[in-house]
Design a protein around this ligand. Sequence first.
Ligand code: NAP
Ligand code: MG
Length: 490
Amino acid sequence: MSTESTKLAFNDGWQYAPAPESTDHISIDEQYGLFIGGEFVAPESGRYFETVNPATEQTLSSVSLASAADVDLAVKAARKAYNGAWSKMAAADRGKYLFRIARILQERAREFATIESLDGGKPIRESRDIDIPLAAAHFFYYAGWADKLEYAFPGRRPVPLGVAGQVIPWNFPLLMAAWKIAPALACGNTVVLKPAETTPLTAMKLAEVIRDAELPPGVVNILTGAGETGAEIVNHPDVNKVAFTGSTEVGKIIQRSLAGTDKKYTLELGGKAANIIFADAAIDEAVEGIVNGIFFNQGHVCCAGSRLFVQESVAEEVVRKLKDRMETLIVGDPLDKNTDIGAINSASQLETIQSYLKVGQDEGAEMYQGSGSLPEQGYWCRPTLFTGVSQSNRIVQEEIFGPVLAIQTFRTLEEGLTKANNTPYGLSGGVWTDKGAKIFKMTQQIRAGVIWANTFNKFDPTSPFGGYKESGVGREGGLHGLGAYLKLET
Ligand code: NAP
Ligand code: MG
């Protein structure tokens, strides 16, 4: 279908009827305390801040602003729980608590998905089918490891590290909390976790689940707050391990502040993934993969396929099909089950994306955007692609964290590989080809932690995840993810 005919179809009113998820089944408190020592407590400072729905700009709730004093209380509660019940408990019993959390998350999946979409702006289809099921899967997976750690590391004696300080971003709020909490607890650590400022609500709901699962008080503590709160957690002297997911900029600050301490750390940072399409690829599937790679979750994905490299002989066809597909993408209400692209997470992230759209045009690239309508209220960005870019352009080198794709071409495999590796990042990549030999060659030589072949953005708790170069240090997920929370004694 040509772009013209697709537009006609749209203009003729060929549209899905709205299919909004209801909000009748959820409850959000007007205000949340900090979850310390198994209960919700008021912040020392008495200060709160609001979290808004980015699709409507309406306030959903207010949450506590944790200060240094609250961080200290939380770390003390975590230490007490570590020295007390948690480290003395049989490993199989630790596993039972994790299984319980996993099951409650499954039972309350619809409520979690709805709140995730309300607070963060992601389409309900994603929070329902990806974020929440994967979060539960992480708890199930690590629950199974709790009493089998000595089999994971034969000949070594695995010992927990103590108190883990964990700081997470806003793009996969509950899932990132699960990635952090599940392996830490399975290995016998206790935690203090801070969600991102703009997406605290599913973390507060998770605190309720942890309370309902009757975990010993202090095993998990959840503090809402700002970047300073994160820094207080990272720099608290009684924290043994730091796990951070977020920007490379903040990751570097954290790495500097940890230098010279004996804290163990993992950093999951930014990315600028290459999606590489060879002429022999199944082009229609590849186009779907590109769309999924960059427009999924509004491009708020560290491993988003934000750089596309197309073999020259099929470049015209791929770009034409991509533009056609972009015309059919629905941007709008995150709670509508038909929505493909939800709201940008915050006003400031929208500003960042818009500034990059300007940079791209100023650099001389050609910009193309889907033409569908946008809601009046809220933060939105049309799916966008740039052609006519070069390797040195900022939109090719820097992470935009929005639904913005930069397209380049290549002739030979070597040229594709060289261009793909020309980035300070190395989190993920994608290869599309009919030939197994090309897949092996490319996947061995792309310097990135995760590489997909003929698919993109697939996640599984059994698979390790993490970056090369400025994309981070260490691995989360799978067996590798256990090692990050243990000392291995001989
Ligand atoms: P960010 O500023 O690095 O924030 C991530 C988390 O760290 C948030 O909870 C944040 O708190 C906290 N934080 C901020 N400054 C801190 C400090 N000095 N010490 C300790 N914690 C601190 O990232 P973001 O603004 O949420 O996201 C923007 C960028 O993050 C993206 O452009 C992308 O590069 C990167 N990102 C990467 C991933 C990944 O999985 N690799 C995921 C999401 C985002 P506040 O929320 O209060 O600022
Ligand atoms: Mg919010």
